[in-house]
Design a binder for this molecule. Sequence first.
Ligand code: GLY
Ligand code: MN
Ligand code: MN
Length: 460
Amino acid sequence: MRNCAAAETVQLAQSAPTRDCFQLAAMTDIDVYSRRRAALLAQMQSGIAIVPTAPQRARNRDSEYLYRYDSYFYYLCGFPEPDAVLVLLAGAAPQSLLFCREKNLERETWDGFRYGPGAAREAFGVDAAFPIGQLDEKLPALMANQPDLHYAAGMDPDWDARIIGWLNQVRAQSRTGVSAPQRICDVRAILDELRLIKDEHELTLMRRAAAISAGAHRRAMRATRPGRMEYEIEAELLYEFRRHGAQFPAYWPIVAGGANACVLHYSDNSARLDDGALLLIDAGCELDGYASDITRSFPVNGKFSGPQKDIYELVLAAQAAAIAATRPGAAWDGPHEAAVRVLAQGMIDFGLCSGSLDQVLETGDYRRFYMHRTGHWLGLDVHDAGEYKLEGKWRPLVPGMTLTVEPGCYIRPGDGVPKDYWNIGVRIEDDVLVSADGCDVITAETPKSIAAIEALVGRD
Ligand code: GLY
Ligand code: MN
Ligand code: MN
């Protein structure tokens, strides 16, 4: 497989740096993806699944966004090109079929390598591969006499129309004794549950993505000083991601100095960093499809003021409580509840909220300063697939789940808000893997204690 960043990761894990990238990746990844397809096929039991990848999208005239495959499709086959569809047939003799672009030396001269069906079949271990141009001809026949059709209904109106068109073609043959699928099932219901528990291949990539992002945050801390622009720090992050082979930022970095840190989705990254302000950085890379997601908040001049220290230590304590509550069997909401209790008590202690802890929790007054939840699933998508509740109850955590733990406190100026705390915005976010007896913080290499941060900021 021509996916050399993946191969680099596998090489690192196996300490085999001299082995050929193509061979190594092909040997390991084929099994990973065929195991995932087998798991989906077993749960489908019967019928046909159709899983297209994402389209190439135009940015503006003659210019396209960098291509990013669909996460479900990539999870099942690792094929990186656009214009591809995976078709799975469940039953006694399950089959995986890939439709992809044909080899085209002229297009490859302009746009780069394409596998073509022959090489794709071999490199990605599917049972058969066909030119994408044969999709309309082959799909009605593949759907015929299948009891169920599994696809992500409603994800893309163009695919909805095309798939319903094939379904109607099969229905039109009913007088010849052909039957069309009677049940349409959302293939994401099975895939979301599979994606929720990470396999070793995914965890290797997620640990590597986490390590790259931790290095980027250290670089950003070293580069920060009063007078620098937010975008200069953003550039340090992006440089560090890319020079380690990460293909993308997993989301656009938030580099928010001073009052900007209280804007949760700030992305301008265009202001000057003031002496005495805090800087909040929320940034993580995507490596071979897998996201990392780290936030750190630290003083631009390298020294926390008294009020900044109050709020920072409060959020740090809330995060410690949430991490301690992240263990198998705990409900999804457990870490959030733990963080909120600590934050609400601190808000009372610092005069941001008034009343007893129970009152502040009951009325939700703490939400004036902590208005988001404490985490989300993490994986191929930064806000990854998977339900948070089962039958109306927060689901229990299970080993192999990966999530973020990211409490914060954001204090905008306002009536009754102590002035010392105005414009302080702090979030501390780590990525964790639920383990057999607790959790493993895979982003722990990112400095977090006040001493570690003060020792690093501005030390370029
Ligand atoms: N960076 C996105 C998030 O923290 O959810
Ligand atoms: Mn997050
Ligand atoms: Mn984040």
